[in-house]
Design a binder for this molecule. Structure first.
Ligand code: ATP
Ligand code: MG
Length: 246
């Protein structure tokens, strides 16, 4: 048995503990009077977590809770022990968020500038910034587009740019909200391969069920609740059965 050394302080509130993963404790969320999430208790430590469910079931709201884009109206969300309500800056550094619509994420005129933006915000020095931007653009097949206007990229390239812009900041965890819905088969596969190759913990909301092959855990959300929480096979079967009833 191990004892705390006399005088050793318990971990400070802002000390992150990556072993804890993402915790939702008694979480509910209302937009005005409308309850969109209710009674959610989860501990997400698996490398690959999927979220499926009907339109309007609460998936994006759930995803947005995970990096503090939305703060729950009930309960607490903790990332590595950090509360999204009180430590949102630290949480955002740990959890990257890729929006379904890449246009929502692309803010700078050229591809390279757009990717550099987050690093600039993080205070990364210019030399290191340039090297990291070049590396991530090469990794996602965008090196030849570095100086091109970002808004002229194709939909798939924009999606890859949005992913590159998040991953260049090396967040410990990444949440994707429907990363392939707008993409053709080739770009959808490319994004699936990118996700499969990530070292980070990944949470993916998707309607493209084959994206979940090989995932560790899939949550089925319905009417603002997690109604199934299982391996991809049984979870997707439960989702199909649920939808067949409608
Ligand atoms: N900012 C908001 N203000 C008010 N209501 C909202 C807001 N965002 C979402 N909602 C409502 O909350 C509910 C859940 O929305 P959410 O976007 O989480 O669903 P979803 O499961 O992601 O759906 P989809 O599959 O269509 O993307 C919906 O009824 C939606 O109308
Ligand atoms: Mg959504």
């Amino acid at each position: 048995m191990r004892f705390r050394r006399p005088g050793a302080a318990p971990a400070a509130d802002d000390a992150a503990d990556p072993a804890r993963g993402i915790e939702l404790r008694g979480v509910g969320h209302r937009y005005g009077e409308r309850v969109v999430l209710d009674g959610i208790d989860l501990t997400l430590t698996e490398a690959r977590v999927g979220v499926v469910g009907a339109n309007g079931s609460g998936k994006s709201t759930l995803a947005r809770l995970l990096n503090g884009l939305v703060v729950p109206t009930e309960g607490r969300v903790l990332v590595d022990g950090l509360d999204t309500r009180t430590q949102v800056r630290a949480v955002r550094r740990r959890v990257g968020f890729v929006f379904q619509d890449p246009d929502a994420q692309i803010v700078h005129p050229t591809v390279a500038e757009d990717v550099a933006y987050g690093l600039e915000n993080q205070g990364v020095p210019p030399g290191e910034r340039a090297a990291r931007v070049a590396e991530v653009l090469a990794r996602y097949g965008l090196a030849g587009h570095a100086d091109h206007p970002a808004h002229l990229l194709s939909g798939g390239q924009k999606q890859l740019l949005a992913i590159a812009g998040v991953l260049v900041m090396r967040p410990a965890r990444v949440v994707f909200d429907e990363p392939t819905t707008l993409l053709d088969l080739i770009n959808a596969r490319r994004v699936a391969d990118v996700i499969a190759g990530l070292e980070q913990q990944v949470v993916v909301v998707t309607h493209q069920l084959d994206l979940l092959d090989g995932f560790d855990r899939v949550l089925v959300v319905d009417g603002g609740r997690v109604v199934e929480d299982a391996a991809p096979g049984p979870a997707v079967a439960a989702y199909r059965a649920l939808m067949a009833l409608r």
